[in-house]
Design a protein around this ligand. Structure first.
Ligand code: FMN
Length: 319
């Protein structure tokens, strides 16, 4: 049976989970209702449950939940297990429930490990991608390599560089079963990114791959420049050694710091702070993150000119 059939969707378009609450029920439901697969990305068992219920009230089409493995706890997995699909990212893939499971990968080795662990498909993430970036190769090149390493009928989805119908067509012709877009859907009416964050992306031309916003999660991510990147990255994307060292040392502790303390850390964050969290600016979050937090975006921003309804984006991308 084809992947689309198993997912229960008509259009080979998947909206990427965008963490910290950028993709919640409004966006996921709008994408699914338009024939693609929408993905909720929030942290916490109760939050996942609430967002899923709200999405179910808007559509009876399939909904995915995204889990970031470095942070996901048992209650998150339990809540996510009631979604139609669970999409995991970043770390060792291990099956935690019986439903449909997709893992996002950045290398052949990781795709092999996901396949062995029993994933139903993998998302091949290219270096063009926005947000946290797992791999170092362009998406189509990695798709080729992973395709050659896994059984021919094993479904691969492609993420990174998807902003227009031609990108989707190229991905499908190269062997992908579906295309995954994050940044294009961030710039939709339904995404919960702060309005000024969306505006900055529309105006930006270039992105940086850096580890600057690494407190609690020292890993590469793609962002557009802002006051914090200008303060700390002297014209390139290399993070000062002391910042990097602190991020690495503090990572295990920060992950298990109570939410109330994390919230205070985030509120105090300024562009000149040496410790910068990975939390991005949402429409209901602290606005200091516009200048002091990450403006995650993929290389496609130079080709995206408008904030549009999510359903129109699905229709525009559909091959
Ligand atoms: C704002 C933003 C947040 C993201 N957060 C997550 C996340 O929480 N979990 C995840 O699996 N991927 C996350 N990603 C990466 C996406 O899954 C996907 O690989 C990426 O969006 C594809 O590149 P594109 O943004 O150019 O379409 C994020 C991407 C963006 C732009």
């Amino acid at each position: 049976m084809s992947l689309l059939h198993r997912l229960g969707i008509a259009t080979p378009i998947v909206q990427a989970g965008m963490g910290g609450g950028i993709s919640r029920h409004e966006l996921a439901a709008a994408v699914s209702e338009a024939g693609g697969l929408g993905t909720i990305a929030v942290g916490g068992g109760a939050e996942i449950e609430r967002e899923l219920a709200a999405a179910r009230a808007l559509t009876d089409r399939p909904i995915a939940v995204n889990l970031l493995l470095p942070f996901a706890r048992r209650s998150w997995f339990e809540a996510a297990a009631t979604a139609d699909v669970v999409v995991t990212f970043w770390g060792k893939p291990v099956r935690r429930s019986g439903g449909m499971w997709i893992h996002q990968c950045g290398s052949v080795a990781e795709a092999r490990a996901a396949h062995v662990a029993g994933t139903d498909a993998v998302i091949v993430q290219g270096v063009e991608a926005g947000g946290h970036v797992r791999g170092s190769l362009p998406a189509l090149e990695l798709l080729d390599r992973i395709g050659a390493a896994l059984p021919p009928d094993y479904p691969l989805l492609l993420a990174g560089g998807i902003a227009e119908r031609a990108d989707v067509q190229t991905a499908l012709e190269a062997g992908a079963s579906a295309a995954v877009a994050g940044t294009r859907f961030l710039l939709s009416e339904q995404s919960r990114a702060h309005p000024e964050y969306k505006q900055r992306l529309l105006e930006a031309e270039d992105t940086l791959l850096t580890e600057l916003f690494g407190l609690g999660w020292p890993a590469p991510h793609r962002v557009v420049p802002n006051a914090a990147t200008e303060r700390w990255l002297a014209g390139n994307s290399r993070v000062p050694a002391l910042n990097r060292m602190l991020n690495r040392l503090l990572a295990p502790g920060v992950r298990f710091t109570p939410t109330a303390i994390q919230r205070r850390l985030v509120l105090a964050q300024r562009p000149e702070s040496r410790l910068l969290t990975p939390l991005a600016a949402t429409d209901d979050g602290p606005p200091n993150l516009l200048n002091a937090g990450p403006l995650y975006a993929g290389q496609t921003i130079s080709r995206i000119a408008q904030i549009r309804p999510a359903a129109d984006i699905v229709a525009d991308l559909a091959p």
